[in-house]
Design a protein around this ligand. Structure first.
Ligand SMILES: *Cc1c(COP(=O)(O)O)cnc(C)c1O
Length: 376
Protein backbone atom coordinates (compact mmCIF):
# COMPACT_ATOMS: atom_id res chain seq x y z
CA UNK A 1 0.00 0.00 0.00
CA UNK A 2 1.49 3.32 -1.11
CA UNK A 3 0.65 6.44 0.84
CA UNK A 4 1.15 9.64 -1.18
CA UNK A 5 2.00 12.93 0.48
CA UNK A 6 -1.03 14.73 -0.92
CA UNK A 7 -4.10 13.95 -2.99
CA UNK A 8 -6.37 16.78 -4.16
CA UNK A 9 -9.92 16.21 -2.98
CA UNK A 10 -13.12 16.80 -4.94
CA UNK A 11 -16.24 16.94 -2.78
CA UNK A 12 -18.57 15.78 -5.57
CA UNK A 13 -20.27 19.05 -6.51
CA UNK A 14 -17.38 20.56 -8.48
CA UNK A 15 -18.32 19.14 -11.89
CA UNK A 16 -21.94 20.17 -11.57
CA UNK A 17 -20.97 23.75 -10.76
CA UNK A 18 -18.43 23.85 -13.58
CA UNK A 19 -21.12 22.58 -16.01
CA UNK A 20 -23.40 25.38 -14.82
CA UNK A 21 -20.71 27.92 -15.68
CA UNK A 22 -20.30 26.44 -19.14
CA UNK A 23 -24.07 26.37 -19.71
CA UNK A 24 -24.40 30.00 -18.65
CA UNK A 25 -21.67 30.86 -21.18
CA UNK A 26 -19.79 33.22 -18.92
CA UNK A 27 -16.48 31.64 -18.06
CA UNK A 28 -14.29 34.70 -17.54
CA UNK A 29 -13.79 36.17 -14.08
CA UNK A 30 -16.06 37.94 -11.59
CA UNK A 31 -19.22 35.98 -12.39
CA UNK A 32 -21.68 34.52 -9.92
CA UNK A 33 -19.38 31.81 -8.45
CA UNK A 34 -16.60 34.32 -7.77
CA UNK A 35 -19.13 36.49 -5.96
CA UNK A 36 -20.52 33.51 -4.03
CA UNK A 37 -17.04 32.51 -2.86
CA UNK A 38 -16.18 36.07 -1.82
CA UNK A 39 -19.47 36.43 0.07
CA UNK A 40 -18.84 33.07 1.76
CA UNK A 41 -15.49 34.21 3.16
CA UNK A 42 -16.74 37.69 4.09
CA UNK A 43 -19.73 36.24 5.94
CA UNK A 44 -18.07 33.28 7.61
CA UNK A 45 -14.91 35.06 8.73
CA UNK A 46 -16.03 38.68 8.97
CA UNK A 47 -13.49 39.88 6.39
CA UNK A 48 -14.34 43.44 5.34
CA UNK A 49 -13.66 42.68 1.68
CA UNK A 50 -12.39 39.60 -0.12
CA UNK A 51 -11.41 39.30 -3.79
CA UNK A 52 -10.50 36.00 -5.42
CA UNK A 53 -7.15 35.99 -7.20
CA UNK A 54 -5.34 33.55 -9.49
CA UNK A 55 -3.04 32.53 -6.60
CA UNK A 56 -1.82 33.55 -3.17
CA UNK A 57 1.34 34.71 -4.94
CA UNK A 58 -0.80 37.17 -6.90
CA UNK A 59 -2.67 38.27 -3.76
CA UNK A 60 0.71 39.06 -2.18
CA UNK A 61 1.77 40.95 -5.32
CA UNK A 62 -1.44 42.98 -5.14
CA UNK A 63 -0.74 43.71 -1.47
CA UNK A 64 2.78 44.92 -2.31
CA UNK A 65 1.32 47.30 -4.93
CA UNK A 66 -1.47 48.46 -2.61
CA UNK A 67 0.96 49.62 0.10
CA UNK A 68 3.05 51.39 -2.60
CA UNK A 69 6.16 49.29 -2.07
CA UNK A 70 9.14 50.92 -3.81
CA UNK A 71 12.92 50.75 -4.07
CA UNK A 72 14.55 51.52 -0.74
CA UNK A 73 11.67 50.17 1.34
CA UNK A 74 12.44 47.40 3.79
CA UNK A 75 10.03 44.58 4.43
CA UNK A 76 10.34 42.26 7.44
CA UNK A 77 9.60 38.63 6.60
CA UNK A 78 10.50 35.36 8.34
CA UNK A 79 13.21 33.49 6.45
CA UNK A 80 11.29 30.26 6.97
CA UNK A 81 8.62 30.76 4.31
CA UNK A 82 7.71 30.19 0.68
CA UNK A 83 9.42 32.33 -1.96
CA UNK A 84 6.18 34.10 -2.90
CA UNK A 85 6.06 35.89 0.46
CA UNK A 86 9.22 37.77 -0.50
CA UNK A 87 9.09 37.80 -4.32
CA UNK A 88 6.02 40.04 -4.19
CA UNK A 89 8.11 42.79 -2.57
CA UNK A 90 11.33 42.05 -4.50
CA UNK A 91 9.39 42.63 -7.72
CA UNK A 92 8.67 46.18 -6.50
CA UNK A 93 12.34 46.81 -5.70
CA UNK A 94 12.18 46.46 -1.92
CA UNK A 95 14.86 45.01 0.36
CA UNK A 96 14.00 42.05 2.55
CA UNK A 97 14.99 42.03 6.23
CA UNK A 98 14.76 38.41 7.23
CA UNK A 99 13.62 37.59 10.76
CA UNK A 100 14.24 34.32 12.53
CA UNK A 101 11.33 32.16 13.72
CA UNK A 102 10.30 30.48 16.96
CA UNK A 103 11.40 26.91 17.31
CA UNK A 104 8.10 25.58 18.63
CA UNK A 105 5.89 26.94 15.83
CA UNK A 106 8.05 28.07 12.90
CA UNK A 107 6.36 31.48 13.23
CA UNK A 108 7.93 34.94 13.22
CA UNK A 109 9.94 35.56 16.40
CA UNK A 110 8.28 38.78 17.52
CA UNK A 111 11.05 39.59 20.01
CA UNK A 112 13.36 40.36 17.05
CA UNK A 113 11.12 42.94 15.41
CA UNK A 114 12.38 46.00 17.30
CA UNK A 115 15.97 45.42 16.22
CA UNK A 116 14.93 45.06 12.56
CA UNK A 117 12.81 48.21 12.31
CA UNK A 118 14.29 51.50 11.09
CA UNK A 119 13.10 54.54 9.12
CA UNK A 120 13.03 52.55 5.85
CA UNK A 121 10.78 49.80 7.18
CA UNK A 122 7.42 49.71 5.42
CA UNK A 123 5.71 46.46 6.40
CA UNK A 124 5.82 43.29 8.43
CA UNK A 125 4.65 40.09 6.77
CA UNK A 126 3.88 37.40 9.37
CA UNK A 127 3.35 33.90 7.98
CA UNK A 128 0.97 31.64 9.92
CA UNK A 129 3.08 28.52 9.51
CA UNK A 130 1.06 25.29 9.25
CA UNK A 131 -2.04 27.43 9.84
CA UNK A 132 -0.98 28.20 13.42
CA UNK A 133 -1.41 31.85 14.41
CA UNK A 134 1.53 34.18 14.93
CA UNK A 135 1.27 36.35 18.04
CA UNK A 136 -0.77 38.98 16.22
CA UNK A 137 -1.41 41.33 19.18
CA UNK A 138 2.33 41.75 19.55
CA UNK A 139 2.84 42.20 15.79
CA UNK A 140 0.02 44.78 15.50
CA UNK A 141 1.23 46.72 18.53
CA UNK A 142 4.76 47.07 17.13
CA UNK A 143 3.39 47.88 13.66
CA UNK A 144 1.07 50.58 15.01
CA UNK A 145 3.80 52.14 17.14
CA UNK A 146 6.03 52.35 14.07
CA UNK A 147 3.39 53.19 11.47
CA UNK A 148 3.94 49.98 9.47
CA UNK A 149 1.60 47.89 7.39
CA UNK A 150 0.90 44.29 8.35
CA UNK A 151 0.21 41.81 5.58
CA UNK A 152 -0.70 38.35 6.84
CA UNK A 153 0.53 35.50 4.67
CA UNK A 154 -2.48 33.34 5.53
CA UNK A 155 -1.87 30.92 2.63
CA UNK A 156 -2.17 27.93 4.99
CA UNK A 157 -4.47 29.54 7.52
CA UNK A 158 -8.05 29.14 6.32
CA UNK A 159 -10.45 28.58 9.23
CA UNK A 160 -7.81 29.13 11.88
CA UNK A 161 -8.03 31.61 14.75
CA UNK A 162 -6.02 33.87 17.03
CA UNK A 163 -7.74 34.58 20.35
CA UNK A 164 -11.03 33.88 18.62
CA UNK A 165 -10.32 36.14 15.63
CA UNK A 166 -10.10 34.48 12.20
CA UNK A 167 -6.60 34.62 10.71
CA UNK A 168 -6.62 36.98 7.78
CA UNK A 169 -8.92 39.42 9.59
CA UNK A 170 -6.23 41.07 11.72
CA UNK A 171 -3.59 42.68 9.46
CA UNK A 172 -4.31 45.54 7.05
CA UNK A 173 -4.23 43.01 4.21
CA UNK A 174 -3.95 39.25 3.96
CA UNK A 175 -3.40 36.59 1.33
CA UNK A 176 -4.86 33.07 1.14
CA UNK A 177 -4.06 30.14 -1.14
CA UNK A 178 -6.30 27.51 -2.69
CA UNK A 179 -3.46 25.62 -4.34
CA UNK A 180 -4.15 21.89 -4.44
CA UNK A 181 -1.92 21.29 -1.41
CA UNK A 182 -3.99 23.53 0.89
CA UNK A 183 -7.09 22.67 2.97
CA UNK A 184 -9.65 23.91 0.45
CA UNK A 185 -8.55 24.05 -3.13
CA UNK A 186 -9.22 24.88 -6.77
CA UNK A 187 -5.95 23.81 -8.42
CA UNK A 188 -4.32 27.21 -8.53
CA UNK A 189 -6.12 30.05 -6.79
CA UNK A 190 -6.00 32.56 -4.00
CA UNK A 191 -7.67 35.50 -2.33
CA UNK A 192 -6.73 38.93 -1.07
CA UNK A 193 -8.54 40.12 2.05
CA UNK A 194 -8.73 43.79 2.95
CA UNK A 195 -9.50 44.84 6.48
CA UNK A 196 -8.86 48.51 5.80
CA UNK A 197 -11.33 50.38 3.60
CA UNK A 198 -8.75 52.64 2.05
CA UNK A 199 -7.65 49.74 -0.19
CA UNK A 200 -11.06 48.61 -1.52
CA UNK A 201 -11.33 50.79 -4.58
CA UNK A 202 -7.72 50.55 -5.72
CA UNK A 203 -7.61 46.77 -5.23
CA UNK A 204 -10.43 46.31 -7.76
CA UNK A 205 -8.54 48.47 -10.25
CA UNK A 206 -5.16 46.76 -9.82
CA UNK A 207 -6.83 43.36 -10.18
CA UNK A 208 -8.48 44.45 -13.49
CA UNK A 209 -5.33 45.49 -15.37
CA UNK A 210 -5.32 49.00 -13.91
CA UNK A 211 -8.79 49.80 -15.25
CA UNK A 212 -11.98 50.82 -13.45
CA UNK A 213 -13.90 48.04 -15.21
CA UNK A 214 -15.43 46.67 -11.97
CA UNK A 215 -17.08 49.98 -11.25
CA UNK A 216 -18.28 50.12 -14.90
CA UNK A 217 -19.92 46.68 -14.60
CA UNK A 218 -21.75 47.90 -11.51
CA UNK A 219 -23.08 50.84 -13.54
CA UNK A 220 -21.28 53.43 -11.43
CA UNK A 221 -19.54 55.03 -14.43
CA UNK A 222 -20.52 55.08 -18.13
CA UNK A 223 -17.16 54.05 -19.60
CA UNK A 224 -14.03 52.49 -18.23
CA UNK A 225 -10.38 53.30 -18.83
CA UNK A 226 -6.83 52.99 -17.64
CA UNK A 227 -6.53 54.72 -14.27
CA UNK A 228 -3.65 53.00 -12.41
CA UNK A 229 -0.98 50.30 -12.75
CA UNK A 230 -2.30 46.77 -12.58
CA UNK A 231 -2.29 43.25 -13.89
CA UNK A 232 -4.69 40.37 -14.47
CA UNK A 233 -5.23 38.94 -11.01
CA UNK A 234 -8.75 37.53 -11.32
CA UNK A 235 -9.47 33.83 -11.77
CA UNK A 236 -11.85 32.26 -14.28
CA UNK A 237 -15.36 31.29 -13.19
CA UNK A 238 -14.44 27.64 -13.87
CA UNK A 239 -11.96 27.86 -11.02
CA UNK A 240 -14.35 29.75 -8.74
CA UNK A 241 -17.01 27.07 -9.36
CA UNK A 242 -14.62 24.37 -8.13
CA UNK A 243 -13.73 26.48 -5.11
CA UNK A 244 -17.36 27.12 -4.19
CA UNK A 245 -18.01 23.39 -3.87
CA UNK A 246 -15.07 23.27 -1.46
CA UNK A 247 -16.37 26.24 0.55
CA UNK A 248 -19.69 24.45 1.02
CA UNK A 249 -17.80 21.47 2.46
CA UNK A 250 -15.33 23.40 4.59
CA UNK A 251 -16.63 22.06 7.89
CA UNK A 252 -16.51 18.42 6.81
CA UNK A 253 -13.02 18.85 5.33
CA UNK A 254 -11.74 20.50 8.50
CA UNK A 255 -13.25 17.86 10.80
CA UNK A 256 -11.63 15.07 8.84
CA UNK A 257 -8.23 16.75 8.72
CA UNK A 258 -8.30 17.52 12.43
CA UNK A 259 -9.11 13.90 13.29
CA UNK A 260 -6.16 12.71 11.17
CA UNK A 261 -3.91 15.32 12.74
CA UNK A 262 -4.91 14.24 16.25
CA UNK A 263 -4.23 10.63 15.32
CA UNK A 264 -0.65 11.57 14.32
CA UNK A 265 -0.13 13.59 17.48
CA UNK A 266 -1.39 10.78 19.77
CA UNK A 267 0.60 8.06 18.07
CA UNK A 268 3.84 10.01 17.97
CA UNK A 269 3.55 11.51 21.48
CA UNK A 270 5.92 8.91 22.93
CA UNK A 271 8.71 9.91 20.52
CA UNK A 272 8.10 13.56 21.39
CA UNK A 273 8.30 12.85 25.11
CA UNK A 274 11.61 11.05 24.65
CA UNK A 275 12.79 14.06 22.57
CA UNK A 276 13.68 11.79 19.68
CA UNK A 277 11.72 14.16 17.45
CA UNK A 278 9.98 17.52 17.95
CA UNK A 279 6.20 17.52 17.51
CA UNK A 280 4.02 20.48 16.47
CA UNK A 281 2.86 22.86 19.18
CA UNK A 282 -0.07 25.27 19.45
CA UNK A 283 0.24 28.31 21.72
CA UNK A 284 -2.79 28.99 23.91
CA UNK A 285 -3.90 31.81 21.59
CA UNK A 286 -3.96 29.63 18.46
CA UNK A 287 -6.33 27.00 17.07
CA UNK A 288 -5.40 24.05 14.88
CA UNK A 289 -6.75 24.01 11.31
CA UNK A 290 -4.81 20.80 10.58
CA UNK A 291 -3.22 22.24 7.48
CA UNK A 292 -0.08 20.23 7.99
CA UNK A 293 1.39 17.51 10.15
CA UNK A 294 5.15 17.71 10.52
CA UNK A 295 7.90 16.45 12.77
CA UNK A 296 11.35 17.93 13.32
CA UNK A 297 14.36 15.59 13.31
CA UNK A 298 17.47 16.45 15.30
CA UNK A 299 19.87 16.44 12.34
CA UNK A 300 19.62 16.66 8.54
CA UNK A 301 21.24 13.25 8.25
CA UNK A 302 18.64 11.68 10.53
CA UNK A 303 15.89 13.26 8.43
CA UNK A 304 17.39 11.87 5.22
CA UNK A 305 17.60 8.39 6.71
CA UNK A 306 14.07 8.55 8.13
CA UNK A 307 12.75 9.76 4.80
CA UNK A 308 14.42 6.83 2.97
CA UNK A 309 13.01 4.43 5.56
CA UNK A 310 9.51 5.80 4.94
CA UNK A 311 10.01 5.65 1.18
CA UNK A 312 11.01 1.99 1.45
CA UNK A 313 7.56 1.40 2.99
CA UNK A 314 5.78 3.31 0.21
CA UNK A 315 5.22 6.42 2.32
CA UNK A 316 5.88 9.84 0.79
CA UNK A 317 7.05 12.50 3.22
CA UNK A 318 8.56 15.80 2.10
CA UNK A 319 10.92 18.49 3.38
CA UNK A 320 9.64 22.03 3.58
CA UNK A 321 11.09 25.53 3.25
CA UNK A 322 14.79 25.98 2.72
CA UNK A 323 16.02 29.09 4.57
CA UNK A 324 15.54 32.00 2.17
CA UNK A 325 18.47 33.96 3.63
CA UNK A 326 20.72 31.08 2.45
CA UNK A 327 19.05 30.79 -0.99
CA UNK A 328 20.92 31.03 -4.28
CA UNK A 329 19.06 34.23 -5.14
CA UNK A 330 19.30 36.11 -1.86
CA UNK A 331 22.22 34.89 0.25
CA UNK A 332 24.55 37.64 -1.01
CA UNK A 333 21.85 40.30 -0.56
CA UNK A 334 21.09 39.20 3.02
CA UNK A 335 22.77 41.30 5.71
CA UNK A 336 24.72 38.33 7.07
CA UNK A 337 22.87 37.75 10.35
CA UNK A 338 22.63 34.11 11.40
CA UNK A 339 19.09 32.79 11.69
CA UNK A 340 19.72 29.54 13.53
CA UNK A 341 16.14 28.49 14.21
CA UNK A 342 15.16 28.93 10.58
CA UNK A 343 18.15 26.78 9.61
CA UNK A 344 17.24 24.15 12.18
CA UNK A 345 13.69 23.80 10.82
CA UNK A 346 14.88 24.02 7.25
CA UNK A 347 17.32 21.15 7.91
CA UNK A 348 15.18 18.98 10.17
CA UNK A 349 11.50 19.37 9.34
CA UNK A 350 9.63 16.57 7.60
CA UNK A 351 5.99 16.85 6.49
CA UNK A 352 3.92 13.70 6.70
CA UNK A 353 1.00 12.71 4.43
CA UNK A 354 -2.09 14.82 5.12
CA UNK A 355 -5.16 14.98 2.87
CA UNK A 356 -8.90 14.47 3.14
CA UNK A 357 -8.99 10.92 1.79
CA UNK A 358 -6.22 9.70 4.09
CA UNK A 359 -7.53 7.24 6.69
CA UNK A 360 -6.54 6.79 10.33
CA UNK A 361 -5.19 3.33 9.41
CA UNK A 362 -2.77 5.03 7.01
CA UNK A 363 -1.76 7.49 9.71
CA UNK A 364 -1.12 4.62 12.11
CA UNK A 365 1.00 2.89 9.49
CA UNK A 366 3.09 6.03 9.01
CA UNK A 367 3.50 6.40 12.78
CA UNK A 368 4.54 2.74 13.18
CA UNK A 369 7.15 3.16 10.46
CA UNK A 370 8.55 6.22 12.25
CA UNK A 371 8.59 4.40 15.59
CA UNK A 372 10.32 1.44 13.98
CA UNK A 373 13.01 3.78 12.64
CA UNK A 374 13.65 5.27 16.08
CA UNK A 375 13.70 1.92 17.87
CA UNK A 376 16.55 0.68 15.70
C1 LIG B 1 1.22 27.96 -0.63
C2 LIG B 1 1.85 29.18 -0.09
C3 LIG B 1 2.01 30.35 -0.85
C4 LIG B 1 1.74 30.40 -2.33
O1 LIG B 1 0.44 30.11 -2.68
P1 LIG B 1 0.05 29.98 -4.23
O2 LIG B 1 -1.45 30.02 -4.19
O3 LIG B 1 0.61 28.70 -4.72
O4 LIG B 1 0.61 31.16 -4.93
C5 LIG B 1 2.53 31.48 -0.24
N1 LIG B 1 2.87 31.48 1.05
C6 LIG B 1 2.75 30.38 1.83
C7 LIG B 1 3.13 30.44 3.26
C8 LIG B 1 2.25 29.19 1.27
O5 LIG B 1 2.14 28.09 2.03
Amino acid sequence: MNIPFNKPYATGRELGYISEVIKNAKICGDGSFTKKCQRFFETKFGFKKALLTTSCTDALEMAAILIDTKAGDEIIVPSFTFVSTVNAFILRGATIKFADVESATGNLDVSQLHSLINSKTKAIVPVHYAGVACDMDAVMKIANENNLFVIEDAAQAVDSYYKGKPLGSIGHLSAFSFHETKNIICGEGGMIVMNDERFFNRAEIIREKGTNRSSFFRGEIDKYGWVDMGSSFLPSELVAAYLYAQCENLEDIQNKRISLWNCYQENLAVLGEKRLIQLPFHPEYATNNAHMYYIVCNTPDERTRLNSHLKSKGISAVFHYQSLHRSVYYHDKHDGRNLPVTDKLSDGLLRLPMFYELETDHVKKVCSAIKEFYSE
